[in-house]
Design a protein around this ligand. Structure first.
Ligand SMILES: [Zn+2]
Ligand SMILES: [Zn+2]
Length: 314
């Protein structure tokens, strides 16, 4: 009996000690049961201007992170750290709703809350207040002599670009082979649509693009920290920085797997950032900010138009 108990205790001990190590080494372990980093938004459903509700302070931080709110540039700086649903927050919610094709009510209705809770890219939608996600160019439609929106792709602020079209990439230590293969496939897909070639280098120091996993605050500054399961799932920096990180706390997959996110789909999106594309408001575009869960996605006409316009590729 005593031996049995010891064995049981030892097993429990092994479970708790070994599991975290294992899940870091193999990030595709299912973690669907873990609460989302954006769970706090759920109980804000129904909130509107004039209310004071616990959790609105966190929502302000969320909207600030993704570029919708900046109390530093307003008269109401003191409201950044309180739970007051003020004019500025209402305006931020409206902009968010417009970007995501929701009814611009300015209140936290059910559809808005559910949209905000979806896992997404950690890059902001709006940077320095200069680029609204609906950056789509309005071009004259000659046949009807009217204006209609033909594309919604957007460049990163200042339109940073690579001067060379021959880029090298390398993986950070600890990047698993599933991720490496998926990233290589994603590079092939971008190369097929552009003038770029992407070649793998073993020299991390000199590679143009540096790819790997990070967890929580992983050295890119606290504003770029990951947030555990779900929430923000990856991010990448503008040319010519070259950093692209997957969040090691997500449930990753190769291909479409329920409750997991496909490595290659996310690589296609983050490579778009590495090359200079920003978030698109086209839901089907790879540059749409939300991470598709349980499904895969490929490059869309909007993404290809965007990269061709940025680099003047005929
Ligand atoms: Zn993104
Ligand atoms: Zn990072």
């Amino acid at each position: 009996m005593a031996v049995k108990n010891f064995n049981l205790c030892f097993c429990i001990f092994l479970f708790f000690v070994a599991l975290p190590l294992h899940s870091y080494a193999n990030p595709s372990k299912p973690k669907a049961e873990k609460p989302s980093a954006f769970e706090f938004i759920k109980h804000l459903e129904g909130c509107h201007k004039g209310e004071k509700v616990e959790g609105l302070q966190q929502l302000k931080a969320y909207l600030e992170k993704f570029g919708y709110l900046n109390y530093n540039h307003s008269q109401n700086q003191n409201h950044a750290n309180d739970n007051d649903f003020d004019d500025l927050l209402e305006a931020a919610v409206k902009t968010y709703q417009l970007n995501y094709h929701l009814k611009a009510t300015g209140t936290l209705d059910a559809k808005t809350v559910s949209n905000m809770m979806k896992p997404r890219c950690g890059n902001a939608d709006i940077i320095n207040g200069t680029n609204w996600m609906r950056g789509g160019k309005k071009r004259p439609n000659q046949a009807h002599n009217t204006f209609h929106t033909v594309s919604h792709y957007k460049f990163l602020p200042g339109s940073p670009k690579w001067l060379s079209n021959q880029l090298t990439y390398a993986f950070l230590p600890g990047t698993n082979s599933d991720a490496q293969s998926a990233v290589a496939r994603a590079f092939d897909k971008w190369a097929a649509q552009t003038h770029f070639t992407f070649s793998r280098s073993q020299d991390l120091g000199s590679a143009n693009l540096k790819i790997g996993f990070g967890r929580l605050n992983h050295g890119d500054g606290i504003q770029n920290a990951f947030d555990g399961p779900w929430g923000t799932i990856a991010h990448a920096f503008a040319p010519t920085d070259g950093r692209f990180h997957y969040d090691a706390d997500e449930s990753w997959s190769v291909g479409a797997v329920p409750n997991a996110i496909d490595y290659e789909t996310v690589a296609l999106h983050e490579i778009g950032h590495l090359l200079g594309l920003d978030h698109s408001s086209v839901r089907e575009a790879i540059m749409f900010a939300e991470a598709p869960v349980g499904v895969t996605k490929g490059l869309h006409g909007d993404d290809i138009q965007g990269i061709k316009a940025l680099y003047n590729i005929a």
